[in-house]
Design a protein around this ligand. Structure first.
Ligand SMILES: [Zn+2]
Ligand SMILES: [Zn+2]
Length: 415
């Protein structure tokens, strides 16, 4: 369903009510930041600057954009054109989005439609339309608990690296629910401000475990006394060494023959590993399993380590982190695709954080809407749908979500 002007104005009115009531916190060093806005009437307004929170608040109430952004960078002249801004530095930002994680639930709730012929299906879009071979698709992506839990698992891995490996303090790192399909991690520290794109790419590579060679992390054939023996890292080693070991431990712990073969191991090696599972798990108390199973050599361990890197790396979006001019969503502002707000996550309660409870911006009232098609949605403790071609009275947060997604409309008397 295409969102008509009157439907948009209903959403915009709701957004305006939100900004009239709620306060939006200013980012640090806000006088040096560029602000940008996506308007409901389409089109982006950027290169804006604000001297105080009152002016921003007034702007939000008056123009009520669908999305609100600010620059990760600080500038001498935030309102000047890009090449005259005078870049002074930038926070380090990570974006973890369910789009980059293959969750099984996408087959249930995501829908794609071919831009060429209108053919469509569920799940992620194919590379080419099976019908007309077109490559342009419209994708309707939804986030569910499973998606956001897997995104959060990536955040936890990232945080562990930021605190343990990079040595950032808790005061320098903030985590947010993006309001849609993922999480943002902001690092505000003097140590990162001056880093250019290439340096940030190095950080991304570290976090993603790109270009890791196990050889440089202790996994090798050690030759002595005429015999070769495989040695490798221990569980408590620092940085990626320990991560490689812990990942291998995890793989062995819940391995099946099929899983091991999917890592490229032969059936014979898979069987050997499973037969010796207890022995391998116990071996971590001593030197680890690397040299103890006859018939499992260096090449097999390398394959297990590759699987371990995949488990231990944090799936961040490279483009976001390396862009030193990036605009990012502002805390407590609404996401135009959902009506949820970008929400700060308390680091000490991150495990329990529920985006579909704490990210709700519209907590009061109900709205009657006609829903064309929506998957099952869980908000708070309540389940809604799946719905198809029916009028329903829904809590405002759910109605706004469906309206933002373009799968519902309000009755004419309400717009
Ligand atoms: Zn097609
Ligand atoms: Zn999902």
């Amino acid at each position: 369903m295409k969102k008509t002007l009157s439907q948009l104005s209903f959403i915009q009115r709701k957004f305006q009510e939100y900004y009239l009531k709620g306060k939006v916190p200013m980012p640090s060093r806000f006088e040096e930041r560029e602000f940008g806005f996506l308007l409901f009437s389409e089109g982006m307004v950027r290169h804006k600057g604000f001297e105080n929170s009152k002016d921003l608040q007034r702007f939000l109430c008056e123009f009520t954009p669908s999305d609100v952004y600010y620059s990760c960078a600080f500038y001498e002249h935030p309102e000047a054109p890009m090449d005259e801004k005078g870049w002074l530095g930038a926070d380090l930002i990570f974006d973890i989005d369910a789009d980059h994680i293959s969750t099984p639930c996408r087959k249930m709730h995501d829908v794609w439609i071919c831009g060429g012929c209108g053919f469509g299906g569920k799940g992620a879009a194919p590379e080419r339309c099976p019908h007309c071979k077109g490559e342009r698709f419209k994708v309707k992506a939804w986030a569910c608990e499973v998606c956001l839990e897997s995104a959060k698992a990536e955040v936890l891995k990232l945080l562990d690296m930021l605190f343990e490996d990079f040595g950032f303090s808790e005061g320098e790192v903030r985590v947010f629910f993006s309001g849609h399909r993922g999480y943002h991690v902001h690092v505000e520290s003097e140590a990162v401000w001056s880093l250019g794109s290439a340096a940030r790419k190095e950080i991304v590579d570290y976090v993603l475990g790109l270009g890791l060679d196990a050889k440089f992390h202790g996994l090798e054939n050690l030759k002595g006394y005429g015999i070769a023996r495989v040695v490798g890292p221990s569980l408590e080693d620092f940085g990626w060494r320990g991560r490689l070991a812990r990942g291998v431990y995890e793989i062995i712990l819940d391995a099946s023959e099929r899983k091991l073969e999917s890592l490229g191991l032969s059936r014979r090696v898979a069987k050997l590993l499973l037969k010796n599972r207890d022995k391998i798990l116990e071996s971590w108390n001593m030197e680890g399993p690397w040299g103890i199973i006859r018939g499992v050599g260096l090449e097999s361990w390398k394959k297990l380590v590759a699987g371990s890197i995949n488990l231990q790396s944090a799936k961040v979006d490279t483009v976001v982190t390396t862009d030193v001019h990036r605009l990012i969503r502002l805390e407590n502002t609404l996401h135009g695709k959902t009506g949820f707000k970008k929400t700060r996550v308390d680091l000490s309660h991150i495990e329990e954080f529920d985006p579909f409870r704490e990210g709700i911006a519209f907590r009061k009232g109900t709205v009657k809407v006609f829903v064309t098609e929506s998957p099952k949605i869980k908000i708070g403790d309540e389940l809604f749908g799946p719905l198809r071609d029916e009028w329903v009275e829904l809590p405002t947060a759910v109605a706004v979500l469906l309206l933002c997604k373009g799968v519902a409309r309000v009755a004419d008397e309400n717009v």
